[in-house]
Design a protein around this ligand. Structure first.
Ligand SMILES: Cc1cc2nc3c(=O)[nH]c(=O)nc-3n(C[C@H](O)[C@H](O)[C@H](O)COP(=O)(O)OP(=O)(O)OC[C@H]3O[C@@H](n4cnc5c(N)ncnc54)[C@H](O)[C@@H]3O)c2cc1C
Length: 584
């Protein structure tokens, strides 16, 4: 049959970066002037999800009160329920300080203290003196911090004349004899395939919250860059560790950032009780997200929920003066007005936990090098940001620790890649480099015969069932059901057909491809969650409600093999802080 897709266009660069969010751009900027860099993004760069981050980016600058990187490291480890690799947490906390200053020097317009320093505020789980009480550690630009980071880094990319390939969707990773040598991408505007041949590849493709029905994540967060290497034999780490943020707008999942609680917002049940302090006497509403989400789950379970399904609670901002709301929380209050139709100075906002952040992903070392097993790296292949798992967030990420992860580990990946490129050779392309991507696209574009399935229907079932069975609380029965559902959905996916058979901006085609990634990733999430027979951080099983340090100071690892999923463990790196019970 004649190919429906024209021959691929060939490009050669030293390094190809997939993703133009905070992690990808930070890596790219490090390589400017050193290497020939291509940045490929399925979205226009400034539409990346980093731009949606409201709350802040933390570093122990100590601008508003005493603070130390050791305290930040401790909070990161404790917040991660001791699944955090402590060498990574140390790098994060130490290098955060310098990374923030670097962003400031690039021109990032941070909010300021009266004496002109970068302003800082409180955020859940960040404490002074190893847990004594909240500390002001989160730097911010009003509640548009991520937006400012993204704009600042993108401007740097433009300034340095980096090669941006906007609206190119990567479909495959090219590997020849164990050496990464590029990617294949579809140009969304033309429907044509492009081969990018390079010595190094950096993945910075963000998260995969779209596995769940109620999520804060943008539509594009379908985990492409996590599923694609997995299909090529790279393992995935700690996939069961998915964070649910307590304050999503009811039913919609749109995030009301933790800044709302940082500035004094409190959650309230149907009896008008501010219940968080009953569970977490020291930090109350500033307890970490996994705990807050479970507090809400418990209130709902005990019949104190609100909303049409009695499965939500309220967020109360009424006691925060209008001027403070407008100055410090303008986006949050706007969302409440727009999506819930209420005035936050007069009424409470209806909220529920929303699928928010993937702690797990592609395993990397401290320089962003992708790991094939517990020690062996894949030469030339890097990952950073939410798609990666350097395991700095362990079982639960603290608020404001992702943006800082992007800049610290994005920077390290970029710098290491620059070193690597000094001696690296360009590996030849594998034979028929674009064949796999081409087959996928052609199959979907061809009008097959026989009964067909719709993308939307499969995706809706997947998202609803994942939220229900692999959400805030899990157990073996629900997850076994989920595996059976996944088997059925995967069979149905093989018969998927799309209505649009044209080439230009074929979003039907893209959504069908993305659904394939969501199905693969969901299977890995369930595999990790079933394998981990304990409760820790964001992973709570009511059939194994306790943390089990005897058996589970370990990361989970899953591989795709011809015989199905292979599951293994990897020990946690513990340096300074011995695991203790997590009390707040
Ligand atoms: C609503 C919201 C608020 C948040 N608030 C905060 C906060 O206040 N503080 C904090 O620390 N963290 C926050 N987070 C988390 C944080 O924003 C994200 O973890 C982080 O921005 C992820 O950055 P990234 O660079 O890894 O990926 P992203 O910014 O998501 O970028 C991913 C990039 O990959 C590209 N891409 C993906 N797939 C493909 C493909 N197949 N082909 C080509 N390109 C592809 C996209 O086009 C995009 O450019 C928030 C998250 C959300 C959803």
């Amino acid at each position: 049959m004649a190919s429906a897709v024209r021959p691929s266009t060939y490009h050669k660069h030293d390094v190809v970066i997939i993703g133009a969010g905070g992690a990808g751009l930070m890596a790219a900027v490090q390589l400017a002037g050193i290497a020939d860099v291509a940045v490929i993004s399925k979205l226009y760069p400034s539409r990346s999800h980093t731009g949606a981050a409201q709350g802040g980016i933390c570093a122990a600058l100590g601008n508003s009160e005493e603070d130390h990187w050791e305290w930040h490291m401790f909070d990161t480890v404790k917040g991660g329920d001791y699944l955090t690799d402590q060498d990574a947490a140390e790098v994060l906390a130490r290098e955060a300080i310098d990374a923030i200053i670097e962003l400031e020097h690039m021109g990032l317009p941070f909010s300021r203290t009266p004496d002109g320093k970068i302003a800082q505020r409180r955020f859940g789980g960040h404490t002074r003196n190893f847990g004594e009480g909240p500390v002001m550690r989160s730097c911010y630009a009003a509640d548009r911090t991520g937006h400012m980071i993204l704009q600042t880094l993108y401007q740097q990319g433009i300034k340095h004349n980096l090669n941006f390939f906007d609206e190119f969707q990567m479909l495959d990773l090219l590997i020849n004899d164990g050496q990464v040598c590029g990617v294949v991408a579809l140009q969304i505007r033309t429907g044509e395939l492009h081969i990018f041949h390079s010595k190094a590849v950096i993945f910075a493709t963000g998260g995969f919250g779209r596995c769940f029905s109620v999520t804060s994540n943008a539509l594009a967060l379908t985990g492409d860059g996590v599923a694609i290497p997995w299909r090529r034999g790279v393992p995935l780490e700690d996939m069961e560790m998915f964070q649910f943020h307590p304050t999503g707008i009811y039913k919609l999942g749109v995030l009301l950032s933790e800044a709302a609680r940082g500035e004094g917002g409190i959650v309230i049940n149907s009896e008008g009780e501010a219940f968080a302090k009953r569970y977490a006497p020291t930090l109350a509403d500033l307890a970490p997200r996994d705990m807050m989400s479970r507090f809400i789950y418990q209130e709902v379970k005990e019949g104190r929920g609100v909303g049409s399904g009695k499965d939500g609670v309220y967020l109360d901002l009424r006691h925060i003066p209008y001027e403070v709301q407008e100055a410090k929380l303008p986006d949050i209050t706007e969302f409440i007005r727009v999506y819930l139709g209420v005035d936050p100075t007069k009424e409470m906002a209806l909220i529920q936990p929303t699928a928010h952040y993937a702690m797990g992903g592609i395993p990397t070392d401290l320089d962003g090098r992708v790991l094939l097993n517990n020690t062996e790296v894949m030469p030339g292949f890097y990952a950073a940001g939410e798609c990666a798992c350097v395991s700095v967030h362990g079982a639960n990420r603290l608020g404001t620790n992702s943006l800082v992860d992007l800049v610290v580990f994005g920077r390290r990946a970029g710098r290491h890649a620059a070193e690597f490129l000094r001696t690296a050779e360009l590996a030849p392309l594998p034979p028929n480099a674009d064949a796999f991507a081409r087959d996928q696209v052609e199959r979907l574009l061809s009008k097959g015969s026989g009964p067909t399935e719709k993308v939307g229907a499969i995706r809706e079932t997947l998202q609803f069932e994942m939220f229900d069975k692999t959400g805030v609380v899990r157990n073996e029965r629900g997850m076994r059901e989920m595996l059976a559902i996944l088997d059925d959905l995967k069979l149905r996916y093989q018969r998927v057909a799309i209505d649009d058979h044209t080439r230009t901006f074929n979003t039907d085609l893209l959504e069908a491809l993305e659904l394939g990634y969501l199905l693969d990733i969901s299977e890995c999430i369930v595999a990790g969650a079933l394998g981990r027979t304990e409760s820790r951080g964001a992973h709570y099983r009511d059939d194994y409600p306790d943390r089990d340090d005897q058996n589970w100071l370990n990361h989970t690892m899953v591989w795709k093999t011809s015989g199905g999923l292979r599951f293994d463990k990897k020990p946690v790196t513990i340096t300074k802080f011995q695991p203790k019970e997590r009390k707040y």
